[in-house]
Write a protein that binds this ligand. Structure first.
Ligand SMILES: [Zn+2]
Length: 666
């Protein structure tokens, strides 16, 4: 009976926290304070720890991953780490500016230091006599976790300050972040090995920073930016925020290039405005700009509330999460035959991009999240990742929502679907959907990069049975292409040209392009670095593959199965009639650079040609305006004069050997 009460209490807490998450993260209108929220989370964590039988992986404690865990030693902050007050409209920011001026009793313009608000993990770092001493997470602002060993692995953070006479003590605040690209890589890898994906770079950064093994943290390529001096001794005392950023820079610490001094609030607002679009181009996520009253003497007068400094405000960007309705749930057949549910949404703008469909990953997830057709849902977008449905909003149901039923037959070819672990699979290797998806995968930028062969063209090619396998791409000619709707001479030529270019690629890209289940770019690179094509085809079992770091049993099984299948071997053989590899182990530094040789060289011509080709370059017999280099040996012919006229770069054999670097040694 008592257990039942505890279970109820836990469930009520979870519900309550979920409701506050909704107010906080989605409506951006929290109805309780951060401290009250933290108290709820703490209570839930302790109950869950005490009664593990009521564990639920969907508990909000699993989601927010409360900042404090038992794994790390605790550190008490010398200065309390505050959070920031948020503003979502210009009006609120103007009000803030007016309030500050009123409190200071001034009428003049107030200058601000405007800085990016990184979407990462706040940290506190202490240097003593120029040496990194302690780093800790924010925790609850008063006590954080000791992550010194982990932070020392961050490549852009100096362990020793670079100045001759460093401050005897320096306490700085900063933010640890993950670039969008690294985030993508980590999630791709996690997907390959079947781990749950991180929802956004911030979660991934937190997860990476708080690895128990610092070596794991090191692999994640985290970055840190520092932005605030909490205390500095035996050194210039900064009088303004702008000056303190300058000092941090001088000490060799990583400071954002986006920081800017603005002489009044209008200038600050205008500067933030420029990032509404531009932030999409940044290599990392920022979720707003922070305005800090620049003058420290004024900051001191303004002081703090119990939660925030009264001299700063974060002017947030529109959220990357929003709510909309699910108009339908359709079933998508992927290139490996996996059938996944996809939500068709009432179009909604998220961070400037209109979203009309979102992934639901697997049926298990769909049912666990209980997403129904007609539901209101939260949708989120993070970087370049496909938008996903976060959760439904059951409070908004009217009873007309429809449950989704798992399909029994392939929506495209009607084959009976098979269950394979968590997946539902169309086993028909000739299923049109599978062929279309394989082609889309094959031509994408990170694979063989055949620009112009878009989704609509691929669908037509498959429907008209012009292309039935990836190797048929190399049998395309102008006549075949011109049979398609909306295909003109110009586009056809462009496509054929790009197909031609795709014939030279790296082994890794080729492996990735084949679309082997669980083999993303990361694994494809690992395979290419450790095996030849013949080696892969000769694999008898998973053993050799699993000796490679990062390749687990699932991937190994899938790779072996792929190369055992005669159809796949035939496809590869057909492809290799057209495709040749640039040596993957060597660089591609001369990719598509054209060389012409003239005169007598010290090394055999054939060797010179091999070197250029190994680096991705091309050797031609005659000069044209597309030639990049003319390499001149002894007794050059008429080519030398011609090259001068065409303005082609002329280099000696020595210069050529320097250009190609160490390649000769092999
Ligand atoms: Zn099918």
């Amino acid at each position: 009976m008592q257990n039942q009460n505890i279970k109820n209490e836990i469930e009520q807490l979870r519900e309550e926290i979920n409701r506050h998450n909704y107010y906080y993260y989605v409506l951006n209108q929290p109805i309780i304070s951060d401290d009250e929220y933290d108290a709820l989370i703490r209570k839930l964590i302790s109950l869950e720890a005490q009664y593990p039988q009521f564990f639920d992986e969907n508990s909000p404690t699993q989601k927010v991953g409360s900042d404090i865990s038992e794994k790390f030693e605790k550190v008490e902050h010398k200065y309390r780490m505050y959070s920031l007050e948020d503003a979502f409209s210009e009006k609120e920011v103007i009000e803030f500016d007016n309030r500050v001026k009123r409190n200071l009793d001034i009428n003049d313009c107030l200058a601000y230091s405007v800085e990016p608000k990184f979407d990462g993990v706040s940290v506190n770092i202490i240097y003593e006599n120029g040496k990194l001493k302690v780093a800790s997470t924010r925790g609850d602002g008063i006590i954080g976790e000791n992550i010194t060993k982990n932070i020392k692995t961050l490549k852009n953070l100096p362990l020793v300050l670079i100045v001759k006479n460093p401050p005897s003590f320096l306490d700085v605040q900063g933010e640890v972040i993950l670039t969008k690209e690294e985030f993508k890589k980590i999630n791709e890898y996690r997907e390959e090995i079947g781990l749950a994906l991180f929802a956004n770079p911030r979660n991934a950064a937190a997860g990476s920073l708080k690895q128990l093994d610092p070596k794991e943290t090191a692999k994640r390529n985290l970055k840190v930016f520092v932005y605030y001096i909490r205390g500095i001794e035996a050194y210039t005392q900064p009088k303004t925020q702008t000056q303190s950023l300058q000092i941090l820079k001088e000490l060799g610490l990583p400071v954002s290039e986006l920081n800017r001094y603005c002489k009044n609030i209008q200038e600050a607002i205008a500067y933030r405005q420029t990032f509404l679009k531009a932030r999409e181009e940044l290599p990392y996520e920022i979720d707003g700009m922070v305005f800090k009253v620049d003058d420290f003497s004024l900051q001191e007068k303004l002081s703090y509330t119990s939660k925030y400094p009264k001299w700063a405000i974060a002017f947030k960007f529109p959220p990357m999460q929003s709510s909309t309705t699910v108009e339908d749930i359709i079933f998508n057949v992927g290139r490996t035959g996996i059938v996944t549910p996809v939500a068709i949404l009432k179009p909604v703008k998220i961070g400037g991009v209109t979203i009309s469909r979102a992934s639901l990953h697997t049926f298990d997830e769909l049912f666990k999240k209980d997403i129904r057709i007609g539901d209101y849902v939260f949708v989120q977008r993070a970087g370049d990742v496909i938008p996903e449905v976060v959760s439904s909003i059951p409070e908004k149901r009217n009873g007309k929502e429809k449950h989704v039923v798992k399909p029994t037959n392939c929506p495209v070819c009607s084959s009976l679907l098979q269950e394979e672990g968590a997946y539902l699979i169309c086993p028909n290797i000739d299923c049109r959907a599978r062929i279309v998806e394989s082609l889309k995968h094959f031509v994408q930028k990170n694979a063989l990069n055949i620009e112009g062969l878009g989704d609509k063209i691929i669908q037509q090619l498959v429907a008209k049975k012009i292309v039935q396998s990836v190797s048929d791409i190399y049998k395309l000619d102008k006549n075949k292409l011109l049979q398609l709707d909306r295909m003109g001479e110009k586009l056809a030529n462009k496509i054929l040209e790009n197909i031609e270019k795709s014939k030279r690629t790296t082994f890794a890209k080729f492996l990735y392009a084949l679309g082997i289940k669980h083999v993303g770019e990361f694994v494809a690179n690992k395979l290419a670095n450790n095996f030849s094509l013949e080696g892969l085809m000769e694999l008898k079992d998973e053993e050799k593959l699993m000796q490679i770091e990062g390749i687990g049993p699932e991937i190994a099984k899938s790779v072996v199965a792929f190369f055992k299948e005669q159809r796949n071997i035939n496809t590869i053989k057909n492809l290799l009639e057209n495709i040749s590899f640039i040596d993957n182990k060597k660089s591609t530094k001369l990719l598509n650079e054209t060389f012409v040789f003239t005169g007598i060289l010290g090394i055999p011509r054939s060797k010179a040609k091999e070197i250029v080709e190994n680096l991705g370059g091309v050797v031609k017999d005659s000069l044209s305006k597309d030639t990049n280099y003319l390499v001149v040996g002894d007794e050059p012919g008429s080519k030398l004069e011609k090259a001068k006229k065409l303005g082609i770069l002329i280099i000696s054999e020595d210069e050529f050997l320097k250009l190609v670097g160490n390649e000769l040694r092999d």
